[in-house]
Design a protein around this ligand. Structure first.
Ligand code: SAM
Length: 265
């Protein structure tokens, strides 16, 4: 156990009912909630993947809490707060009413937690128009799952990596959100115009994958959420979408990372 982890209590009871915690669940999400009890929310803070972030969350708690000697469990993969969503495993405590959640199983693909740009995309998702979506390079499927959770429409999700597809499949099944999702494995260069036409494009992928996708963007792509290139490559990739007739209609920024909504005027 690391020093930072050892400084966290083995167990933790946040003394607040679910409705009170719902107003600000970000810190609780980092403290590995395991069970709702009559006295509040029982957590296993040492199960956090980043003990220093968990320690900051503990320091930031606005509700009273008490340390417990016994571990409340070791839910995996660790939960966290991501772009306004509570991302958790099936073994974590469910979200309080009104807090949106995404369920992730353990997986070998891109990983459970996603990337800083996944969080940026999640913050922008609700600004996109509803409709069928194409999640290009879906990874563990967080954007696909969020699209289904928001009831925006069906999703075609594609990824090159077999492990990512398995992870996406298992997470959607654990969340009960498989209906309306079609998963396929393959490279983005295999997509045809018809696969993109009329779909909201969700593309949080590396620059090289955007470069594969761009020649396939035709007049039928009216809106795209783009992210994933390194900070120094993002302008070039956005310019590629502008060359396809799309314009920047929204953005989210975290440090040097950016995500953008591109729309056809
Ligand atoms: C940074 S991860 C993002 C995953 C997901 N979009 C998200 O927001 O969490 C990028 C994903 O794109 C996939 N990928 C990269 N290049 C690809 C390509 N040429 N064709 C299909 N998938 C690709 C990777 O396998 C990986 O799962």
């Amino acid at each position: 156990m690391s020093e930072a982890s050892a400084s966290l209590p083995a167990g933790l009871l946040i003394r607040a009912p679910a409705h009170a915690l719902a107003a600000d669940f970000a810190d609780a999400a980092e403290l590995q909630p395991v069970t709702w009890t009559k006295g509040g929310l029982l957590c296993a803070p040492r199960a956090a993947d980043d003990p220093e972030r968990a320690a900051r969350a503990l320091a930031g708690l606005t509700h009273s809490w008490e340390a417990r000697d016994a571990m409340a469990g070791w839910p995996e993969p660790p939960s966290g707060w991501m772009g306004g969503w509570y991302r958790r495993s099936a073994a974590h405590a469910p979200a309080p009413p009104g807090v949106p959640e995404l369920i992730q199983t353990s997986g070998e693909g891109f990983g459970a937690a996603g990337h800083p740009t996944t969080a940026l995309c999640l913050t922008l998702l609700a600004q996109l128009p509803p409709g069928p979506a194409l999640d290009a390079g879906c990874g563990s499927g967080l954007l696909t799952q969020a699209w289904i959770a928001l009831d925006r429409g069906p999703v075609d999700a594609i990824d090159l990596d077999e492990a990512a597809i398995r992870h996406c499949h298992d997470s959607l099944a654990a969340a009960g959100r498989s209906a309306g999702v079609r998963l396929s494995r393959g490279p983005l260069r295999g997509l045809r115009d018809v696969d993109l036409d009329g779909r909201v494009l969700l593309a949080n992928i590396p620059a090289a994958a955007h470069r594969e996708l761009l020649p396939r963007i035709g007049a039928g792509t009216n809106v795209a959420l783009i992210a994933g290139p390194g900070p120094d490559e993002m302008d070039e990739i956005a310019a590629g979408y502008e060359a396809c007739g799309l314009r920047i209609a929204g953005r989210a920024v975290s440090g040097r990372w950016r995500a953008m909504i591109m729309e056809r005027p």
